[in-house]
Design a protein around this ligand. Structure first.
Ligand SMILES: Nc1nc2c(ncn2[C@@H]2O[C@H](COP(=O)(O)OP(=O)(O)OP(=O)(O)O)[C@@H](O)[C@H]2O)c(=O)[nH]1
Ligand SMILES: [Mg+2]
Length: 448
């Protein structure tokens, strides 16, 4: 080896010497030209090094700027969430005050007790009238339950409309009155403006009746909500399909999972429920009860365990056991709590390690009773967890059902289900037409 290297070196020396002897004598100009070329090459090399250094500095500056931007965004999100929390608190206080006032003013009537009962309790399948035509054409008691559930919202909107527009000319003043009324019914200013503008187009300066206004209103609401209508079959699609349920505290995540699990059992899907709310022992217990009822296994860890690693293990198990889907419950988190929101982002990241397309669905569960605050919840959760669809619960317990129209108008997210009670059958697929009619308080007969 050394010998071989020695020979090669010697051979090169001889070649160099020969080349030098062969080279013609160079003139002073030629030498100068060569020197200039050599300088130029050296300069180019130095420039390349300089550029590389400049590039590196620019890269570092860009990374620092990106980090700064990220921190600012985080700060901004926290600030927005804080403002939302304050708005939520104010809204709750307003609601409590309005309720107290309403109670104080209301005479003792028989409707009161009925109103405060969640719909569904008096309307469970099996107890409904078998002669009801909807039972034959649609799912049992569907429209009945929906209009019952939305009765608080529709009575608010409906009674405000009653008598206001009868044989009244739809002039500027009447349109303004209508717009105000819609805004106070939680439909939001944008929807109220849209609806009145559309009404003005077709009926301006014509005599209108309450019934006409109601019908036109239902039509406009249906138009806004139809693009959001998308019933989902979780047992279909990728396998295992990983579905994450997110939302603020008490919005109805665990109950919604329980209701869906019950439906899945009927469909014969092989599912796994995951108690990703590892903060509270009661949350694990609550999901376990639903799982047992539906005959679906529930995976959990002791309180305080890392939710993300539980979800990771659950996905691994679902793959090993060839399950159809994994329904993941998560802890309730207010949209302004950055720490909890980042824990949610971690669950999403960890799940993606096993399947880059997972979670396949991120369902935001919204509680209708929060009213307009639902809008800021959608924004915050979309930002953190790429929400893919919405479920709105507690439409039976509030007069704020109109907020779902505002959500549908503001966000291009499908609305999969609505909750109108606490029982399994109280989770219903969202139908824009049925919802619009129930919200406005149009009789069932008119929806047929
Ligand atoms: N009336 C009515 N109550 C509902 C509905 N959905 C859920 N609830 C009730 O709302 C309460 C809260 O529901 P959960 O499912 O525990 O809510 P969650 O989002 O899991 O709550 P956290 O885990 O604390 O964040 C329970 O008492 C449910 O029975 C609904 O559609 N209508
Ligand atoms: Mg829960």
């Amino acid at each position: 080896m050394i010998l071989w290297f020695g020979k090669k070196k010697k051979k090169k020396k001889l070649e160099d010497a020969g080349a030098a002897m062969d080279a013609p004598e160079l003139s002073a100009d030629e030498l100068a030209a060569r020197e200039a070329v050599a300088h130029e090459e050296a300069d180019t090399a130095t420039e390349a090094v300089d550029h590389a250094q400049e590039d590196e500095v620019a890269r570092q500056q860009e990374a620092a700027a990106a980090e700064q931007r990220r921190l600012e965004e985080e700060h901004e999100a926290e600030r927005r969430a804080e403002a939302a929390r304050e708005a939520e608190e104010a809204e709750r206080q307003r609601e409590a005050a309005a309720k107290a006032q309403e109670e104080a003013l209301r005479p003792q009537d028989t409707d009161t007790a009925e109103d405060s009962r969640p719909a569904g309790t008096d309307d469970a399948p099996g107890t409904a009238d078998a002669a009801d035509p909807y039972q034959e054409t649609k799912s049992p008691g569907f429209l009945k339950k929906l209009s019952g559930g939305l009765s608080k919202s529709s009575s608010k909107l409906g009674s405000s409309l009653t008598g206001v527009f009868n044989k009244r000319k739809l002039d500027d003043e009447a349109l303004e009155d209508l717009e105000d009324l819609l805004i106070t019914s939680d439909l939001g200013a944008k929807v109220a403006g849209k609806v009145t503008a559309s009404l003005a187009k077709s009926r301006f300066d014509k005599d209108v009746t309450d019934a006409e206004i109601k019908a036109a209103l239902a039509e406009e609401i249906e138009k806004i909500m139809t693009p959001r209508e998308k019933v989902v079959d979780f047992s279909d699609g990728p396998r295992p399909r990983i579905v994450l349920f997110v939302g603020v505290n008490g919005s109805g995540k665990t109950t919604t999972i329980g209701k869906i699990a019950s439906k899945l059992k009927d469909q014969g899907a092989k599912a796994l429920l995951v108690a990703g709310d590892t903060f509270r022992a009661a949350a694990i217990e609550q999901l376990t009860v639903w799982g047992e009822r539906a005959g679906i296994p529930v995976m959990s860890r002791p309180t305080g365990a890392d939710a993300a690693s539980l979800v990771y293990e659950a996905v691994e198990r679902a793959r090993a056991e060839n399950l159809d889907l994994v329904l993941v419950d998560t802890a309730g988190r207010l949209q302004n709590k950055a720490e909890l929101m980042s824990e949610l982002a971690k669950i999403v990241r960890v799940t993606r390690k096993l399947d880059p397309d997972a979670p396949h669905d991120v369902i935001l569960v919204l509680d209708a009773t929060v009213g307009q605050n639902a809008l800021s919840q959608v924004e915050a959760f979309r930002h953190t967890a790429e929400v893919s669809g919405i479920v709105m619960t507690k439409l039976d317990g509030t007069a704020k059902g109109g907020v779902l129209v505002a959500v549908a108008e503001a966000h291009d997210l499908p609305i999969h289900f609505i909750g109108v009670g606490e029982k399994a059958e109280d989770l219903q697929p969202f139908s824009a037409r049925a919802y619009a009619h129930a919200l406005v308080g149009i009789e069932e007969e008119e929806t047929a």
